[in-house]
Design a protein around this ligand. Structure first.
Ligand code: PRP
Ligand code: ADE
Length: 173
C-alpha cells in the first residue's frame, strides 16, 4: 500500500517556510490506518517491547492503537501541566518552536523495554526528550517508529543508538 497517497502537504503551515505533512487523511482511511498500525506493531513486537511510549498529541493517534494491538501498556508523554501526579520533565526544540514534555515518574518500571511511536520525525527533539526521560526512569528505550521522516532535518542522527523505523520519507522541509 502506498501510504504517501494519504498524506497532504501544506505549504506555509504553521508558518512561512514549513511544509506541513498532514496525517489526518491516513487516519480517515480505515485500510491505510490499519496498515500503518500493523507495520508499527510488527516493529515493536520484533523489538520485544514491554511498553509503548508516545508524545502528545499526534503520537497518541498511533501509539495507543499499537499498544492495544500488542496487548501491552501505553504511556503518554505530555505537554506541561497536563499530568496530574508527580512528573519529570525535559525541554526540547522543534522545527517551528520549542517546548517542554513531561512523564509521570512511575510510568515506566526499571528495565522495561520501551518503543516510542510518533507520527513524524523532524529534528528528533521530541523523541530525544522522551528517550532522556525514559532513561531517567531506568527504562530501556530500544527503538522508535514513525509514519513520516523528514530526512533533511537529520533527526535520525540524534537517535543513533536506537533502532529507527519510518514508513515514509520526505526530502525538503
Ligand atoms: O522531531 P521533532 O523536531 O521533535 O518534531 C516532531 C514532532 O513535532 C510534531 O508535534 P508537535 O509538537 O507539533 O505537537 P502536536 O502533535 O500536538 O501537533 C510531531 O507530531 C512530532 O511529535
Ligand atoms: N513539517 C512538519 N509537518 C508536520 N508535523 C511536523 N512536526 C515538525 N515538523 C513538521
Amino acid at each position: 500500500m502506498d501510504l504517501k497517497e494519504y498524506i497532504a502537504s501544506i505549504e506555509g503551515f504553521p508558518k512561512e517556510g514549513i511544509i506541513f505533512r498532514d496525517v489526518t487523511g491516513l487516519l480517515a482511511n480505515a485500510d491505510a490506518f490499519r496498515y500503518a498500525c500493523d507495520q508499527l506493531a510488527d516493529f515493536a513486537r520484533r523489538l520485544q517491547a514491554d511498553v509503548i511510549v508516545a508524545p502528545e498529541s499526534r503520537g497518541f493517534l498511533f501509539g495507543a492503537p499499537v499498544a492495544c494491538q500488542l496487548g501491552i501498556g501505553f504511556v503518554p508523554v505530555r505537554k506541561p501541566g497536563k499530568l496530574p501526579r508527580k512528573t519529570i520533565s525535559c525541554s526540547y526544540d522543534l522545527e517551528y518552536g520549542s517546548n517542554v514534555l513531561e512523564m509521570h515518574v512511575d510510568s515506566i518500571l526499571p528495565g522495561q523495554r520501551v518503543v516510542i511511536i510518533d507520527d513524524l520525525l523532524a529534528t528528533g527533539g521530541t523523541v530525544e526528550a522522551s528517550v532522556k526521560m525514559i532513561r531517567e526512569l531506568k527504562g530501556e528505550p530500544v527503538g522508535c517508529a514513525f509514519i513520516i521522516e523528514l530526512e533533511d532535518l537529520h533527526g535520525r542522527e540524534v537517535l543513533s543508538d536506537l533502532e529507527v523505523l519510518s514508513l515514509l520519507t520526505y526530502e525538503g522541509e
